[in-house]
Design a protein around this ligand. Sequence first.
Ligand code: ADP
Ligand code: ZN
Ligand code: ZN
Length: 730
Amino acid sequence: MQKNILQIALDVPLDRLFDYLDGGVDVQIGQRVVVPFGTRKVVGVVVGISETSEFAIEKLKSIVQVFDGEPPIDADTFVLLRFCADYYQYPFGQALLASLPTRLRQIEPAVSRKQFLYKLTPEGLQASIDEIPSRQVVQRKIFLALQQGSLTEATLKDISASWRPAIESFRDKGWIQAEQVLAGFKSSNQAVPPPVLNEEQTFAVNQVIESTNTFKPFLLHGITGSGKTEVYMQILQQILTDPDSQALVLVPEINLTPQLEARFRNRLPHFPLVSLHSNLSESERLQNWRLAQSGQARIIIGTRLAVFTPIPNLKVVLVDEEHDGSYKQQDSMRYHARDVAMVRAQRNQVPIVMGSATPALESWQNAQTGKYTLLSLNSRAVAQSALPNIRCLDTTKLESENGLTPVLVNAMRERLDRGEQSLLFINRRGYSPVLLCSACHWIAPCMRCSSRLVVHLKQGRLRCHHCGHEQKMVRQCPSCGNADLHPTGHGTQRLEETLKQLFPSARIQRVDRDSTSRKEALNDILNAVHANEIDILIGTQMLAKGHDFPNLTLVGVIDTDSALFSPDFRAAERLFAQLMQVSGRAGRAEKVGEVLIQTAFPSHHLFNALRSQDYPAYAQTLLQEREMAQFPPFCYLALLRAESSNYRDVEAFLNFAFELARSLSQQVLTYDPMRAQMEKLKGMERGQILMQATQRGALQKLLASLTPQLRASKLAAKVRWSVDVDPMEF
Ligand code: ADP
Ligand code: ZN
Ligand code: ZN
């Protein structure tokens, strides 16, 4: 009798498929099954069916169950994940299972709760807001909203997290009726009419539309407010007129999803839209994913993981804020969603549009060489919103107290007096200190790799985090003889305290990971800013994006100099992007904004480019620097990281890997093992090896034979290790 042998992907850290017998049940490729694995039962996905196995058939176990009521996962999705698993050196089974909604990783048939649309009954329409006690704030809000029209659960949730009791109380009164709908589908609204596009926008839209059904990458470059989102919406409008079409829209952060989603829904209400991000309940996530998979959802908008969603009729991919670091996954499979989107567009032969005010240098370089087609929007779409006034405050000439110059303090006081808002932007990313001469601006360089040395004060040493070179601290500037050398960068923790003393009556709000860890916290803060309940905001990059604050007229930037001279070669690029974005916050309405930047280096070319809002000029400079130093995009990098409670184990593993890598490839430059920048984290001693190549292929070839050998080595069992291809953090 013919045996069917199922090749099954499992969520286990081994890069192979597992053979099982079908147990006489009819099973298709792409279906979820439950199989015995060791002493457990686990969920797997059938990715192949064969008549033979390299194992003895009689030793194979049979699957326990197949979820045959569910639509199978398509071959396209497998191929994409297979590619990523290979490229990013990660087990395919784990990559595949991790890409599925949680419900599909559980040993249960995946069902999602039904979704309802709520509307007022004739009785409810007769009712008056005065019948709801004034302390029932949520009830009142929801009632007012219902008077405007029917609401989905998602919208209700946006109004208040505790919407359910309110709805129940209305139902008890007979005010409300519910009808079942598909999740994510809005009751048909009148479409908001689109503006007439300007010439550059029209050109951009036409270029993309002409490339329908072919793979063509576009880089849409334009400052905030130049009308990129309008371009996206017109592209969608035109491409989606084909009834068998779907679009994937990637956004960098959950925080930005609701805004973009709302704009898309208003403009394109006829196209069912679903969102996919980690703020959804598991049930919603599953449902939205299924709607994408079935082709019913026409627009799929989501954060990085959404790039793996099955979308059978994909016709266009849009990547908003393509330079954003959050597209890079920092654990498990360390993929870059923009790069995966590119691969996906290529496989599907569809156009991909990447938009940004400050494109990643990798993308900009591709646009220069013609690999991407550059589409530029050079003016703000709405003429009357003028660009802000950008000025540097020289901290070497101005006295400053607790890190604030009097000019900045006065500017803030003026805003307070006028009832306007200020934003103080701090760059809190853990930039490591470099050794800087205050007299001649000499910075301790690495002799071996044109990187900058990092100060390790405790050990009194300087280290290169690129190649591992290490030396004693320099006491005197070799360039000018000055003995006043000190690490740059000082604390910003006390800023809030200082401001409270300076402006005791001002309403001050800090926005960072701590103050926004609660799910709704950031939204509450943003609402408070809009309601003018906050005078001074102190924020990191979280604030820099996407939000429109019409009453915010001053942006103060402090403590950025460490990024200008960071040993991380991407720090300057990131700083420029952040400052462009943050200066876009000032004065977006009729009031002209002012941006004041405190720096010891007012003539640095970064600030010159910023003042003229000239990204191309700055990108040009940075690219020249990168080319000279042979950093990406002029080379390709991979980082092997390892950690253990005992550094000896890390060393043994990395030494082994180092020797192996050297013997495997001459085309790839493998640097010596070294300590990680953060030497110790959560009790783990950390080390790493950097690999560098001028050809992507050479690096891939090395990794393809290195990783399996590392997996098989005994030394690997004593450490936690990972490979990061195209790393963004070092
Ligand atoms: P971006 O995405 O580049 O930040 P948006 O597309 O959000 O820019 O445009 C900024 C503002 O200008 C929005 O309010 C948008 O509706 C408006 N806008 C964009 N293009 C036009 C246009 N051609 N005519 C009128 N208003 C426009
Ligand atoms: Zn000097
Ligand atoms: Zn070095």
